[in-house]
Design a protein around this ligand. Structure first.
Ligand SMILES: *Cc1c(COP(=O)(O)O)cnc(C)c1O
Length: 402
């Protein structure tokens, strides 16, 4: 899994590097060709120099790569670079963000166990907790992620896992990571935090007490809307000891090509996130000043209910803004259909700005009652603010609102 290619120079001291240096050079493995850019190893298998080397590899006594379901040099570079950024001991990359969430839970839970989750979760997580896990005898319970009292009550009963996002999709609720981790650990639970919205540039959950971090690399880590992928990070004990046997034998492996896009994506993640944050702040302020707009939710604005908490646990506030257009669904659809630059798409974290109407797309299946609990109305719109000139984004939104 950590097979080394040929290396002539002494291994660098990654721990002494600041995040931006880790993002550019962490996990770098150069082949005997001494290429400067990370190589794409589009191979499923590896040849051994001798029968003895094959035997040693299968015994776990050699760092030689074995099979790309188990490990691949390009995938290893992505895993090690992301681990260096998150401050994690180990990382396993997966085919999608959802396989990262699911496999993290699968490795933690067994029949008879209990999971407590914030209801402010990515749509498919509701299916996993409400429908899939119960088939295997695992009980789930939802709380409002922003309400510590509800966490306290749910975690007064022993639990095995806790799952939440912060900031959440699409309402940008903030969970008090430290406080919930303390409650979870007292209840005997491991905490899995989906860090897709913040990325390790803005928030490092392991430092705040989380046990496992999951990512949809599809979003900001790629950042250009090209490929699906995910990652699970945590202690060596959990990732290598518990998770690796599960993933190796069941195969949610990432394509080396996608891992190559992501390892290069990490190099510019910090620069892109800086711009996403600066532009999102300007878009949020412009929307808040528009008479056609009801409430604006952006954790960076002082009127966000959890602004102080967000400022405590994040270094900046991200690229997503959620807002309500007055006049319900008809007025909202009219405005979306008038957009000329910003795309209508359920994706996010792209260089291109995108809006989605959660009630009729990403959050349609959870039903009106659950949407009401989350605060998703018929006029609620989420914008993922891209890397275009922010003046052009604001001009387009303003003309669309009429
Ligand atoms: C998109 C997303 C996921 C799912 O990731 P995929 O790569 O689409 O499988 C999970 N969590 C969050 C917060 C997301 O935004």
């Amino acid at each position: 899994m950590d097979g080394t290619i040929q290396r002539k120079k002494a291994a660098p001291d990654i721990k002494s590097w600041k995040p931006q240096t880790r993002a550019v050079r962490g996990g770098l493995r150069r082949s005997s060709f001494d290429e400067t850019s990370e190589a794409l190893f589009l191979t499923s298998g590896y040849a051994y120099n001798s029968a003895e080397e094959a035997e040693a590899t299968f015994k776990g006594e050699s760092a030689h790569f074995q099979y790309s379901r188990f490990g691949n040099p390009t995938v290893a570079m992505f895993q090690d670079r992301l681990a260096a950024l998150e401050g994690a001991e180990a990382c396993i990359a997966t085919a999608t963000g959802m396989s990262a969430v699911f496999y993290a839970l699968l490795a933690l839970l067994k029949a008879g166990d209990r999971i407590v989750a914030a209801r402010q979760l990515f749509g498919s997580c509701h299916y996993i907790i409400n429908e899939l896990l119960p088939r295997y005898g695992i009980k789930g319970e939802f709380v409002d992620g922003g309400d510590l009292g509800q966490w306290e009550k749910a975690l007064s009963t022993p639990a095995n896992a806790v799952l939440f996002e912060s900031p959440s999709n699409p309402m940008l609720d903030i969970v008090d990571v430290k406080a919930v981790c303390d409650l979870a650990h007292k209840a005997g639970a491991k905490v899995v935090l989906d860090n897709a919205f913040a990325t390790p540039i803005l928030q490092r959950p392991l430092e705040l007490g989380a046990d496992v971090v999951v990512h949809s690399a599809t979003k900001y880590i790629d950042g250009q809307g090209r490929a699906l992928g995910g990652a699970i990070l945590g202690s060596r004990d959990f990732i290598i000891g518990k998770l690796q046997p599960v993933t190796r034998n069941t195969g949610p492996s990432i394509s080396p090509f996608n891992a190559w896009l992501f390892v290069k994506g990490l190099e510019t993640l910090g620069l892109r996130i800086d711009r996403h944050c600066a532009s999102a702040r300007k878009v949020a302020d412009a929307l808040a000043a528009n008479p056609k707009i009801g409430r604006v939710l952006y954790p960076g604005r002082p009127d966000h209910p959890q602004h102080a908490l967000a400022a405590r646990q994040m270094s900046n506030f991200g690229g997503v803004v959620t807002f309500d257009i007055k006049g319900g669904k008809p007025a909202t659809f009219e405005a979306l259909n008038r957009l000329q630059l910003v795309d209508i798409s359920n994706n996010l974290g792209d260089a291109k700005s995108m809006v989605t109407h959660p009630a009729t797309t990403t959050h349609m299946r959870i039903g009106a009652e659950e949407r009401a609990k989350l605060g998703i109305g018929d006029g609620t719109v989420r914008i993922s603010v891209g890397l275009e000139d922010v003046d052009d984004i604001i001009t387009d939104l303003t003309q669309a609102l009429g």
